[in-house]
Design a protein around this ligand. Structure first.
Ligand code: ATP
Ligand code: MN
Ligand code: MN
Length: 306
């Protein structure tokens, strides 16, 4: 018989986990308690990526394999210490999403059966101006993670020319996400233009490797830079979040110097705590500098004149 409840602590707050022995990832043998403990183990890196961001929750109350709910509006039963962030959707409608104000917020999402946290690229104080550029590198059929790594490196070189320091994480799926901390003073439309400009320049430099074609038939065996991911109400899975897949993969920040030596399958709920304890958060310096978007917006302007 399992115990009726457990308490797991992160960032100085203890969160009640009911049915702690319930399997959330049945194939991997990972319980609710295991998942909450995982997030407590990586709390420092997890919170760096999520602090004061509105999040949508992909919830599986009966575990993977059971019914699921993609929840944007904050679910009922939010603890009194937790809070929400007010966001505006593309339609103009507004809503209140769970806001991660401390690591324990994530533990509470586990209590709610969450297997994936998807974060807005904004903070609660200003949900109309992104503070993070996200570049979604999607391997198309015939390409793999290795090609995504090659594109990431090409992007790194271009960012370096522009004086911008990018960070990188696995998606927990097949590809990679690049992250750039920006000053929160441009609109979603401008942030998307900046990503499109970057993507088109990479496509010009490496046409055999990169595509920005919206039409799948035209993409070929290349890495698609999914620029539509940088838009209002488009989220990206949070760093250290699990993905709802049988082996409990994790979206893992990676140092640029390590990128050539990793595979997405290296990072799961079972492997990441030890890696994190040993190496710390590969994105620990992401908040050091908030970059200007001007260089990329100039590139966009040149692009649009051509
Ligand atoms: P991969 O590397 O395999 O592409 P990914 O997480 O980047 O994995 P995408 O399909 O490129 O997957 O989607 C990018 C992001 O968009 C995801 O990280 C997730 O936050 C969000 N997303 C994708 N599909 C959905 C969906 N069906 N519902 C909600 N959010 C989604
Ligand atoms: Mn992707
Ligand atoms: Mn995508």
């Amino acid at each position: 018989m399992g115990s009726a409840e457990a308490h797991v602590e992160a960032g100085g707050r203890s969160v009640r986990i009911s049915s702690p022995d319930k399997l959330l990832f049945p194939d991997a043998g990972i319980t609710k308690r295991d998942l909450a403990t995982y997030y407590a183990d990586v709390a420092d890196g997890l919170f760096r990526g999520l602090a004061n961001r509105p999040v949508a929750l992909n919830r599986f109350p009966d575990g993977l394999g059971g019914k699921s709910f993609f929840t944007k509006s904050a679910p009922k039963g939010l603890p009194d210490w937790a809070s929400t962030a007010h966001v505006t959707f593309p339609s103009g409608r507004t809503g209140d999403e769970v806001c991660v104000t401390e690591p324990a917020t994530v533990l509470w999402t586990v209590q709610m059966g969450t297997l994936e946290l998807h974060a807005w690229p904004v903070r609660e104080a200003d949900t109309d101006h992104p503070d993070e550029l996200r570049i979604d590198l999607d391997p198309q059929p015939g390409t793999e993670f290795a090609e995504a790594v090659e594109v990431a490196r090409e992007a790194y070189a271009l960012f370096e020319e522009l004086g911008i320091r990018p960070f990188v994480k696995t998606s927990g799926g097949r590809g990679l996400h690049l992250l750039v901390r920006i000053e929160p003073r441009w609109t979603f439309v401008q942030a998307r233009r900046a990503v499109i400009a970057l993507a088109r320049e990479l496509e010009r430099r490496r046409p055999e490797l990169v595509t920005t074609s919206w039409w799948k038939e035209e993409r070929g065996e290349r890495i698609f830079i999914d620029f539509n991911q940088m838009a209002r109400d488009r989220m990206t899975v949070a760093p250290y979040s699990t993905r709802a897949r049988p082996d409990a993969p994790v979206s893992m920040p990676v140092r640029w110097t390590d990128l050539g030596d990793v595979a997405p399958g290296d990072f799961t709920v079972k492997t990441v705590p030890a890696l994190f304890a040993e190496n710390g958060d590969a994105n620990a310096e992401i908040d050091d500098t908030a970059h200007s978007l001007e260089a990329l917006l100039e590139l966009a302007e040149r692009d649009e004149k051509d």
